[in-house]
Design a protein around this ligand. Structure first.
Ligand SMILES: Cc1cc2nc3c(=O)[nH]c(=O)nc-3n(C[C@H](O)[C@H](O)[C@H](O)COP(=O)(O)OP(=O)(O)OC[C@H]3O[C@@H](n4cnc5c(N)ncnc54)[C@H](O)[C@@H]3O)c2cc1C
Length: 425
């Protein structure tokens, strides 16, 4: 017999990981998803004759819960993860420089990469090495990461050639807007934990395949089924209300949606012990997908310095995907302009592309790709004041920035909170 019934709202990674965990623990789970697609912000769809991700997603070796989740849905073989940290850095008008770690104990594994990095002079190399060592202490740093860099003697060169290319995409925000605490978390977790933690990985299959497999194992998933709010009777949550008027009863509800959507669904979040949800700031990401008659990077991806395009991925022969994190006003530019911008940036950094002909360009953009709390605002945990209502989402309090790793952690934490509630009662 099932341990109880759970309605999960949202089939992003948070909702799906909660659903999977609960199904494995013996609950009857139904997932309600507003869209026709699975995966939420980590999804894919067809454009013309190509299936593309809504945006290039990467993870690191330290994203243990995400990697475990994909393993549990039987898709590990579709994930690529570097054996050791290695990135080809490019700067227009300059020779490429390869950052390659050694298999030495962390953080010394990065030392040879840093020493050989030609875009940093000796003083800047020393600054970065010192910065990584300092970051390991964390010490509850206050203020922005940009302030932290200034306070810790990191000059312009170190900032432009090292901290920006890695930290802006990792946290999807300009360094002035990133809290020192979250940046130091990323540096200490990725660069200083183990040689494997900074290794970069990506899915070899469209992202929706992972979500589809998770949904298949999690139980009933209803697409195009928008929830309008929890079903509240006698002052207690008893299930969810759907936009088509149906009411679905459940012992527990997990709302795995973005913060502003959550505020809308709850109507009066304060009643559930949740406040200031509209004060979570969203950051956009733009991706520009370019199909050339021929275009070979020679590696899986490269990082571009001093460019709004931070990373370029070789998705297939002739198909390059440009990733523009912390995209700011670029998110509202017309597609043609974005395609032109990326084509220009790529030809400047990759002279071999000047002989290639662009066949087609498509821009995908998400103005709310990630969320950060306003200064002084705490991210909520999974529990609410109602014993049957739980929340999840990459933006909630997982200790991680809003990433796939955070989404999976939040979903699993919400699921475990439900399991422990049934064990107590
Ligand atoms: C372009 C882009 C690039 C990114 N790159 C990276 C990266 O490289 N690495 C990384 O780790 N992270 C990356 N991220 C962030 C990562 O994708 C997200 O943090 C994570 O997927 C969020 O998962 P989630 O389940 O918390 O939320 P979501 O994915 O937003 O899921 C919420 C779901 O709820 C559904 N929903 C909303 N309202 C309702 C309703 N009323 N009823 C029913 N369903 C509803 C939505 O349709 C959605 O499917 C990127 C995001 C974007 C957009």
């Amino acid at each position: 017999m099932a341990k109880g019934s759970v309605a999960v709202v949202g089939a992003g990674l948070a909702g799906l990981s909660a659903a999977l965990e609960l199904a494995d623990a013996g609950f009857d789970v139904e997932v309600f998803e507003r869209s026709r697609l699975l995966g939420g912000k980590a999804t894919s769809f067809t454009v013309g004759d190509a299936e593309i991700d809504n945006g290039q997603h990467v993870y690191l070796g330290c994203c243990s819960e995400f990697l475990d989740f994909v393993g549990r849905v039987g898709m590990s073989s579709e994930l690529y993860l570097q054996e050791r940290f290695e990135v080809l850095m490019l700067r227009r008008g300059d020779r490429p420089s390869l950052l390659r770690a050694r298999s030495w104990p962390a953080p010394y594994h990065l030392l040879p990469a840093l020493l050989g990095y030609r875009y940093l002079g000796w003083p800047a190399k020393l600054q970065v090495a010192r910065g990584i060592a300092e970051a390991r202490r964390r010490n509850g740093a206050k203020g922005s990461f940009a302030d932290w860099l200034r306070r810790h003697g990191q000059g312009e060169e170190a900032r432009r050639a090292f901290w920006e290319p890695f930290l802006v995409p990792a946290l999807n925000a300009p360094l002035e807007d990133v809290s020192a605490d979250s940046a130091l978390f990323v540096i200490s977790t990725a660069f200083a934990e183990s040689p494997r933690s900074a290794c970069i990985g990506f899915s070899r299959v469209p992202l929706a395949r992972i979500a589809e497999e998770a949904a298949r194992r999690a139980g009933g998933v209803h697409l195009r089924s928008a929830v309008t709010g929890p079903l509240v009777e006698d002052g207690a949550v008893r299930g969810v209300c759907l936009s088509d008027g149906r009411k679905v009863r459940a012992d527990f509800v997990v709302l795995a949606v973005p913060p502003r959507t959550l505020a809308r669904l709850l109507g009066d979040p304060a009643r559930f012990g949740l406040g200031r949800l509209e004060e979570f700031r969203s950051e956009p990401i733009v991706d520009v997908h370019l199909w050339y008659d021929r275009a070979e990077l020679g590696v899986d991806f490269v990082a571009l310095l001093d460019s709004p395009v931070q990373w370029v991925f070789q998705k297939a022969p002739g198909y390059l995907c440009c990733s523009l994190s912390a995209a700011g006003e670029l998110v509202s530019r017309p597609e043609g302009e974005l395609v032109e911008l990326c084509e220009r940036e790529l030809s400047a950094a990759l002279p071999s592309l000047s002989r290639a002909r662009l066949r087609r360009g498509v821009a995908t953009r998400d103005p709310e790709a990630t969320f950060v709390p306003a200064p002084g605002l705490r991210r909520p945990g999974p529990r609410t004041r109602d014993p049957a209502l739980f929340i999840a989402g990459a933006w909630t309090d997982t200790g991680w920035p809003a990433t796939m790793e955070s989404a999976v952690r939040s979903g699993r934490t919400a699921a475990r909170a439900i399991v422990s509630r049934t064990e107590v009662s």
